[in-house]
Design a protein around this ligand. Structure first.
Ligand SMILES: O=C(O)C(=O)C[C@H](O)[C@H](O)CO
Length: 281
């Protein structure tokens, strides 16, 4: 079956520490609502802003509930990357994943070396997290072929034709954009959606409509998802999710951690009212 993957948000308390119980409650609910795999330390989980220790903690909190986990290990510190890969080697997960070294301008053969080094240490399959918009690097199908050991890819990319081409490698292929969920669930191995943190049931329902061949209903639901997802942008997508989980899923997932700042009360009220209006349509 095509998979719904949620890059889980990271629940912080007021002191900026990860709240493990809130992680577990959130994972339990997501699985109940039809989510298949939890992507740990992704963009929505503010992976690049987590310490090595926090990345490990997030993995263990999620593993307390499920082993349907893809563990993102990317970092600009190679020693840390390999320590995280080794940490995962002793645990039962689906795969490790990594975005490429970002910020710095580096030649392609450095990117090949980076992933080959991860593959040489990992006992689990290694997935590519390709997010050109955030990392400034595009590891397309040709470069993935050159790396040679990539067993799956999450391509957060508005260019769906770019994503489809990874299927030439016969690997698990997902697109990471909410507004392409209908295409990802119809053609790829599944979808990776940050908005699945606060509206997992809409993505499960979308998959059901597609499975039933009811594409009119699927399209209408995709447009509703787009409208809700788009509403969060001016407030900060990631920060918004903490309040929308509470509003739409009914439990507390803590607060965002700066520089993903918490929202002012009036902004939360405004956001929730706007989303509720679309949700109740
Ligand atoms: O948060 C992540 O790691 C994702 O892959 C999700 C996408 O990048 C995010 O939903 C894009 O809006």
């Amino acid at each position: 079956m095509v998979e719904i993957i949620v890059p889980i948000l990271t629940p912080f308390n007021e002191k900026g520490e990860i709240d493990g119980e809130k992680v577990k409650t959130h994972v339990e609910n997501l699985l109940k609502k039809g989510v298949d795999i939890i992507f740990v330390n992704g963009t929505t989980g503010v992976g690049p802003a987590l310490s090595k220790d926090e990345k490990r903690k997030m993995l263990d909190y999620v593993l307390d509930v499920t082993n349907k986990v893809i563990f993102q290990v990317g970092s600009l510190n190679m020693k840390e990357v390999l320590e995280l890969v080794n940490y995962a080697n002793d645990r039962d997960i689906i795969a490790v994943a990594s975005y490429p070294p970002y910020y710095f301008s580096i030649p392609k053969d450095f990117i090949v070396k980076y992933f080959k080094e991860i593959c040489s240490v990992s006992k689990h399959p290694v997935y590519l997290y390709n997010y050109p918009g955030a990392t400034g690097k595009d590891i397309d199908v040709n470069l993935a072929k050159e790396i040679g050991c990539i067993k799956g890819v999450k391509d957060t990319n508005p260019d769906f034709a770019h994503t489809i081409r990874y299927k030439e490698l016969g690997i698990k292929t997902y697109n990471g954009l909410e507004n392409l969920a209908i295409a990802s669930l119809s053609i790829l191995d599944g979808t990776v959606v940050g908005a699945g943190n606060y509206m997992p049931e809409l993505f499960s329902q979308l998959r059901e409509y597609i499975k039933a061949g009811d594409m009119r209903k699927a399209l209408d639901l995709q447009l509703k998802i787009d409208e809700i997802d788009g509403t969060t942008i001016p407030y900060g997508k990631i920060s918004s999710m903490y309040y929308l989980v509470k509003e739409l899923q009914g439990y507390d997932v803590g607060v965002p951690r700066p520089p993903m700042y918490p929202l002012e009360e009036n902004k939360v009220k405004e956001l929730v009212e706007k989303v509720r209006k679309i949700w109740n349509k």
